[in-house]
Every structure is written in C-alpha cells, then in structure tokens.
Design a protein around this ligand. Structure first.
Ligand code: NAP
Length: 256
C-alpha cells in the first residue's frame, strides 16, 4: 500500500504528519517535492525531490512503485503538475485526490482588484500607488520588471533572480506571518499597494487583514484552471480519511 503525496505546501506536510502519527502495517508514504526551494521544510517520512518527466514519467513512476493512491497536494498555482497528476492517474489507473485549500474571499472593508495573471496585476499598479508589497514569489518577477517609477518590496523564500524590478528591496522570509508583523511591515515601508496570488490558507492571510485595516488596495491574482473530474478536499484531515477509506485502513485520528 503505497501513497504518493505531491507536495510543497503546508497542507501536504500536515497530511504527512497525520499519516506518520499512526503508522499502519504495510502502508508507505512518499512525499514528492519539485526542488524549487533551497532548504525546504521537510515532511516526516520518505521524501523524493525533482520532476518525474511530465505526465508520462509520473505514470511510469506510479506503476513502477505500485502506488495505490495519489494525492495532489501541490500549490493552487502549480498548474502543470496538477494536470500531469490527472493524466498520469488516469493512465496508471490510480485513484487521485486533490488536496487544495479554498481561495480567499473578500470581506467588508477589503479593496480588492482582481487580475487574471501577473502581467495583468503589473498593469494595474501605476493607477493604485507607487510603493508595492509584492508577495507573489520569486518566480514571475519578470512581469514587474518593465522600467517604471514603482518601488517594490519583494518577499520570497529564496533570493529572486533577474529579470526583476530595478527598484526593489528583497525580504527573505516564509510564513506563517502574523497580523502584527504584517501591519508593521506595511507601515515601515510606507506601502501603497499589496499584490498577492489567491493562494488561500491561514499562513499568509494576515497581509490581507493588515491591508484592510490600513485601507490599502490589494491586487489579487486569480487561480489558474485546475483539472476537472478530480475529487477535491480542502483539509488534510479529509485527505487522510479518503486514503483510509481507499486503502481500507480505517480512519486516522487528528495528529493534533
Ligand atoms: P508547476 O509549474 O505546476 O510544475 C512544473 C514542473 O515541476 C512539473 O511539470 C514537474 O516536473 C515539477 N513538479 C512540480 N511539483 C512537483 C512535485 N511536488 N514533485 C515533483 N515534481 C514536481 O509547479 P510550480 O508552480 O513550479 O511549483 C513547484 C512546486 O512548488 C510545487 O510542488 C508547488 O506545490 C510548490 N509551490 C508552488 C507555488 C506557486 O506559487 N507556484 C507556491 C508555493 C509552493 P515534471 O514534469 O518533470 O514531473
């Protein structure tokens, strides 16, 4: 009974923790990371790093390792791997579940501007402010690199590479973040606009509350499409239940 978790998210780690907290005879769990982050936070248990070689490579891997359940717990903006997982699972006849945190929903007081892409987000900025808090990660900074009088505070886990905005300060950090910390950051850097992907989840949500408090606009990049026909759950606990049911292992108690 082999389970493969496509990870790189808080939820994937949490699922691995739940499964590891109560080992079952015959159940082995492999966590897969893309290898984008230099020093990733590792989940418990076995970990492999690096791509599979597209949907075909992943289908081969599933067959060779006799995987009985595949969990796509990748980030909602990791569009390629999710489609690869859907194709590979169909080819290899392996049950697939997507563990995808729900998107954020605006509440009263939010001033959100939705964008369909990073490029569209960049196009909105000149009309919204000059000092930008950019939290969309180090990949895709090229969209904000055109010469302009905008200044960027770029927060990312690893240092960004060119092309990137000419006028920027880099803040290397990773969540979870606090409301107090985000409030201070916006104030200290005299931020006019926050830019974020609709990543969802609690770990990076405090920037939205801090922007709301300060009356700042937030440019929210909409999620890319996800494969259809794949069952989706929003919580790691529900994914553990699905695995327990699929592999006839019973339920996994919440690891706390
Ligand atoms: P992507 O565009 O969907 O995937 C590009 C390629 O990277 C895939 O085709 C696959 O290579 C490989 N890959 C992606 N996730 C993998 C995994 N978990 N295990 C093994 N190979 C993987 O993904 P991305 O946006 O570059 O994100 C890469 C990873 O970072 C994801 O695992 C995601 O969970 C995590 N992440 C992404 C974001 C984001 O904003 N995109 C944010 C936080 C975390 P092959 O085709 O060779 O198999």
């Amino acid at each position: 009974m082999h389970v493969l978790i496509l990870g790189g998210t808080t939820e994937a780690r949490r699922l691995a923790e739940i499964l590891a907290a109560e080992p079952r005879p015959g159940l082995s769990v492999m966590n897969s990371l893309a290898g984008r982050v230099a020093a990733p936070r590792l989940p418990p248990g076995e970990v492999r790093v690096g791509g599979f070689g597209g949907a075909e490579g992943l289908a081969r891997w599933l067959c060779e390792h006799e995987v009985g359940a595949l969990i796509d717990a990748t980030h909602p903006f990791a569009g390629t791997i999710s489609f690869n997982a859907a194709r590979a699972a169909a080819t290899a006849h392996v049950p697939l579940l997507a563990l995808r945190r729900p998107g954020w929903v605006p509440v009263e007081g939010d001033v959100w501007h939705e964008a369909g892409s990073l490029e569209e987000a960049a196009g909105l900025l000149p009309s919204l402010g000059r000092r930008i808090f950019l939290t969309t990660g180090r990949m895709g900074l090229a969209a904000f690199a055109a010469p302009s009088d905008l200044w960027f505070l770029v927060r990312s886990v690893d240092a960004p590479e060119a092309p990137a905005p000419a006028r920027m300060e880099v803040l290397l950090d990773r969540g979870p973040f606090t409301l107090h910390g985000e409030r201070e950051l916006l104030r200290r850097h005299r931020i006019d606009v926050v830019v974020t992907k609709d990543s969802g989840g609690a770990a990076t949500a405090p920037k939205l509350a801090a922007a709301r408090e300060a009356g700042l606009p937030v440019v929210v990049v909409r999620r890319p499409p996800a494969p259809t026909g794949v069952p989706v759950v929003g919580e790691p606990e529900a994914a553990a239940d699905w695995i327990g049911e699929r592999l006839h292992l019973g339920t996994f108690p919440d690891a706390g």
